[in-house]
Design a binder for this molecule. Sequence first.
Ligand code: NDP
Length: 285
Amino acid sequence: MSKNYRSELVGAFGDPIDENPTGVMEEAAFAAKGLDYRYITINVKKGDLKAAMDGIRAMNFRGINLTIPHKVEVLKYLDELSKEAEIIGAVNMVVNKDGKLWGDNTDGKGYLISLKNANETPKGKNIMILGAGGAARAISVECALAGAKKITIANIEKKQGEELVGLLTERTGVEAKFIMWDKPVQVPTDTNILSNATSVGLFPDIDQKPDIDYKTIQSDMVVTDVIFNDPNSLFLQEAQKRGAKTINGLGMLVNQGALNFTLWTGVDAPIEVMVETLSKEFGLE
Ligand code: NDP
């Protein structure tokens, strides 16, 4: 039998990207499943994305992850989009289906799985989301599509926050409301799930937390964070002090990586291996 020395290629395009640990997690998963895939972490500058996406086709990559600053611009270079990515208006992963590039957004789906794994659901719930950037868009759209009752967005930029509320109302039909975040935000008393989707608290700024009135967090709330490094963010520590159940950003990160793994390979992802690898990478063991 002839030998095959060619690996299947996937990877990530972003800038900055040097400190993105996804490749370590995906490569551990490929190895665990005996798949000859390589995940290449590539620094692609703003302005070079078209050439890079042409490269995906030319080099027959199986797919690619997109991160800052390419998640929105990449839409121009795709042939097809999932319904969710089309509503969110951003793509974090692409599958090359025989030369046709299909984009999806698995960030919000990873978030929903991390809620489910903690026996929580957005269905019928009042959800407050801090931030209106890419992660907030993905989380809010997926929660709305999963049957959330009401979504409140707090953001420091009025325009971005109001745009997201408009999108949620028009495209998903959920009841949505904007709160201007110009002083410590009060969490409404009827909130069931409070989600930090800002970048506040991300390593190395682990001594920072979103500027909210922490006294307004109640013990019956579920409090979640997109921040995965440090997974026990100050935000979650404050919520724990008030007796709330907390869910960190590591689950969302692993679950979106697992969804990407399966979309690229067609194989179930070895979640345990992915969790272990990331935890080790973040020095949590
Ligand atoms: P964006 O830059 O698109 O959005 C960041 C958001 O944070 C914006 O709404 C911004 O407000 C807000 N923000 C920034 N600084 C402050 C501050 N001091 N106070 C209040 N709000 C602030 O980034 P992303 O949405 O792509 O990513 C956000 C975070 O989520 C990052 O830390 C990223 O690492 C993490 N993430 C985690 C994932 C996971 O799997 N766990 C997946 C994806 C992202 P403004 O509108 O004014 O700019």
